[in-house]
Design a protein around this ligand. Structure first.
Ligand code: PRT
Ligand code: ZN
Length: 285
C-alpha cells in the first residue's frame, strides 16, 4: 500500500507543533527528528524533515505529497501547490517597519527608499500593487538590524509580539498580510494518496474542533433552562438531566473556548451554579 509523504519543518518554530498535530491525530511517530525521514507505525504516512523554504518546491516536484509550513513561504515561493487548510498555529503578520524616530507619512514614505527583507516577492507584489518605487534589498536573516547598520531605510519582516522591532529601535508602520501555518498538497496527487489525505484531514478537523471547544456542565434552576439553552446551543442542543433536588437540572453542552468568558456572567445571572469546563479529547461533527 502506498504511503502519503508529508514534509514538515525540521527545526524551527513550526516543528514541534506540526509533530504534535500529527500525534494528536493518533499517528505514531518515532521520537528523534534528527533523521531526514521517518515512518509511522500505525498510519500510511512518511514524514520528511526539511527547511521550511524548501517545502513548496518539494511538494511541487512530488518529492513530498503534502507539507505543513507558514503560508508566507507559500506566497513567497509561488510554486504550483494547493493550499488545503489552515492548521491552527504559527500566526504572525508581515509588516513594514522603520526607525522609531522617523515620522511616518503614509505608504508613500517608502517611495525611493531601500527596504531589506527575506520576502522579496511578497514585498515586490505589494509595491507594484500600490505603485511604489522601492529598492528591495534581499537578505537571508537578521533583517531587523539592516536600518541600524545603514543597509536599508526600513524592513519588511515577520512580526509576532513586536519585541524584536522594539529591541532594534524600529516601529511597525504597515501590516501587509496575516499568515499562519497551512497544509499544502501537490496538485496532481494520485487517487490512492488523496484517500489517505482525506483521512488525515478528517482527523485534523476533529483535533482542531476539540482544541477550540470545551465541554461545559452546570446546574441551573428549571425556569432558566430555556435561556441557558439559547446561550449554549452546543452541537445539536444541550443535554438536560434532572437533579435529585426538585426544580433543578444539570445542563451539558459544548462551548467555544473564545465564547466562554463572554458568556460566564450571563450564565451566573441566570442562576447557573457549579459550572465545570472540561477539555474535549476529540470532536466529530
Ligand atoms: O530553518 P528554516 O528555514 O526551516 O526556518 P526559518 O528560520 O526560516 O523559520 P522559523 O522557524 O523562524 O519560522 C517558521 C515560520 O513560523 C515562518 O515562516 C512563519 O510562518 C512562522 N512564524 C510565526 C514566525 C514568527 N511567528 C516569528 N515571530 N517566523 C519568524 N518569526 C521571527 C521574525 O522573523 C522576527 O525575527 O521572529 C521575530 C519577530 O518576533 P517578535 O515576537 O519579536 O515580533
Ligand atoms: Zn526558512
Amino acid at each position: 500500500m502506498s504511503k502519503l509523504k508529508i514534509a514538515i519543518q525540521k527545526s524551527g518554530r513550526l516543528s514541534e507543533k506540526s509533530l504534535s498535530l500529527l500525534r494528536e491525530c493518533g499517528i505514531k511517530i518515532p521520537n528523534g527528528n534528527q533523521k531526514l525521514m521517518t515512518v509511522s507505525s500505525n498510519f500510511p504516512i512518511e514524514i520528511l524533515f526539511l527547511r521550511d523554504d524548501d517545502i513548496p518546491q518539494y511538494v511541487e516536484q512530488n518529492v513530498a505529497d503534502i507539507g505543513i509550513l507558514g503560508e508566507n513561504e507559500v506566497w513567497e515561493k509561488n510554486r504550483k501547490v494547493e493550499t488545503v487548510r489552515k492548521v491552527g498555529f504559527g500566526n504572525c503578520r508581515l509588516s513594514l517597519a522603520i526607525p522609531k524616530d522617523e515620522s511616518y507619512t503614509g505608504i508613500s514614505y517608502f517611495n525611493n527608499k531601500k527596504i531589506a527583507t527575506t520576502y522579496p516577492k511578497i514585498l515586490n507584489d505589494f509595491c507594484r500593487k500600490n505603485g511604489l518605487n522601492v529598492e528591495i534589498e534581499e537578505i537571508s536573516g537578521s533583517v531587523e538590524i539592516a536600518p541600524g547598520i545603514g543597509l536599508a531605510n526600513g524592513i519588511f519582516d515577520i512580526v509576532s509580539t513586536g519585541s524584536t522591532l522594539l529591541m532594534n529601535g524600529l516601529k511597525e508602520v504597515e501590516t501587509i498580510a496575516y499568515s499562519e501555518a497551512v497544509l499544502i498538497k501537490s496538485p496532481d496527487l494520485p487517487e490512492e494518496k488523496q484517500q489517505i489525505l482525506d483521512q488525515l484531514l478528517f482527523r485534523i478537523q476533529s483535533v482542531i474542533y476539540s482544541r477550540e471547544n470545551k465541554y461545559i456542565l452546570l446546574n441551573a434552576p428549571n425556569e432558566a433552562i430555556k435561556q441557558i439553552t439559547a446561550l449554549l446551543p452546543g452541537m445539536r442542543s444541550p443535554t438536560v438531566l434532572p437533579l435529585a433536588e426538585e426544580g433543578w437540572s444539570s445542563i451539558h453542552s459544548v462551548i467555544k473556548e473564545d465564547d466562554f468568558w463572554s458568556k460566564i456572567d450571563q450564565l451566573k445571572t441566570l442562576g447557573a451554579q457549579g459550572i465545570l469546563v472540561i477539555p474535549i479529547e476529540k470532536m466529530i461533527i
